[in-house]
Design a protein around this ligand. Structure first.
Ligand code: UT7
Length: 330
């Protein structure tokens, strides 16, 4: 296929969640919260926690192994690996390089994407551009997070929200009628302080004081993030449809980042989408950041909600702030 005649599409999906489960009832024993509050305010019932000795690259490589197997692609045929994560194994080397070694993709180049919960959307766009340009035929995009390693278990406003998981997608060159139809991505650092991990980087290196002050954990002004998430996610869906001269009626299924069921329903309402077109699995996994969209796509494919020929959308919002959307002809 000549470069200008080709598109990029997902040919295999994989997911992995660690076996340990934390329920709302478990949190009732840790902080001043209740199952009722968590369900009503977030839609979450349980989430998975990474095991001792495991790291983000372990979750990523398990999801990647499955995605490759389902796509029928050998690891050595992968040319590009993107790991979208806000919770890397370490500052460097990248989690993508560590994952590359674990899956045996010895011919690939690999790097991380730090775009918070929007990482999988960003990764979809980057991988597709490389494929469309003809430089790469096969890419692996993985959203992988170990958020619970960076959670303050005494802060009820954040500790109940997050879970650990990885979702992986193999992107391959395809005919122009299928695959990524359009995208819209954006960022704005002005409000970055509303959702961040303040210490452990060059601005505030690790010290006894930073550890004592819990500054290596997620700090979030939840209600301010919430308002922005609803606005930016709904705008993103409308914008990407508009770019194609389409409306909510034309979309068959939407995979929104799973941060809060109230955010998801508000986004659907503002974008003119009935909830039966919106995939939700937040009750099982909580907010898994960059992993949430590939996890939802994987489950939708498994349960038959995502079918060949459908116009599928993704939309996310996260730390940065970053946000964006994609449209794919499945
Ligand atoms: O992944 C992308 C980025 N993340 C998000 O998009 C998350 C966005 N934010 C949210 O989902 C919501 O802001 C939360 C679910 C975190 C909180 O909901 P909210 O409607 O924004 O509530 P709030 O933060 O304004 O807090 C309302 C009350 C407060 O009590 P007072 O001050 O009214 O007495 C909180 O202290 O709820 C209290 N609260 C809790 N109560 C029981 C906060 N967390 C809890 C909790 N259990 N776990």
């Amino acid at each position: 296929m000549a470069a200008n005649e080709r598109n990029a599409r997902i040919t295999g999906l994989g997911m992995y969640v660690p076996p340990k489960v934390m329920t709302n009832q478990d949190f009732e024993k840790l902080v001043d919260t209740s199952d009722e509050w968590i369900v009503q305010m977030t839609g979450m019932k349980e989430r998975h926690y990474i095991g001792e000795g495991e790291a983000t690259s372990d979750l990523a490589s398990r999801a990647a192994d499955e995605a490759l197997e389902r796509a029928g692609v050998a690891p050595e045929d992968v040319q590009m690996i993107l790991v979208a994560t806000a919770t890397p194994d370490m500052l460097f080397p990248s989690t993508a390089c560590l994952t590359q070694t674990k899956i045996g993709a010895k011919n690939a180049f690999a790097f991380d994407i730090c775009a918070g919960c929007s990482g999988f959307v960003y990764g979809t766009v980057i991988a597709s551009q490389f494929i469309r340009a003809g430089t790469v035929d096969t890419a692996l995009v993985i959203g992988a997070e170990s958020l619970t390693r960076f959670t303050n278990m005494t802060d009820r406003g954040t500790c109940v929200l997050f879970g650990d998981a990885a979702g992986a997608a193999v992107f391959q060159a395809c005919e122009p009628e299928r695959g990524l139809v359009d995208h819209y991505i954006q960022s704005d650092g002005k409000l970055g302080d509303l959702l961040m991990c303040p210490a452990g980087g060059s601005k505030k290196p690790a010290s006894h004081e930073t550890v004592d002050a819990n500054e290596h954990t997620i700090h979030m002004i939840g209600n301010k993030v919430y308002v922005n998430a609803v606005r930016m996610m709904s705008d993103s869906v409308v914008k990407v449809l508009d770019q194609q001269g389409l409306s909510g009626d034309d979309l068959d299924i939407l995979f929104p980042h799973q941060a809060n069921i109230r955010i998801i329903t508000s986004v659907a309402e503002r974008a003119g989408l009935p909830m039966d077109k919106v995939y939700v699995n937040i009750h099982k996994y909580g907010n898994t950041s960059a992993a949430s969209i590939p996890l939802a796509m994987y489950e939708a494919l498994e349960d038959g909600s995502l079918k060949e020929g459908m116009l599928a959308g993704t939309v996310a919002f996260g730390a940065g702030f970053t946000w964006g959307s994609t449209l794919m002809r499945w």
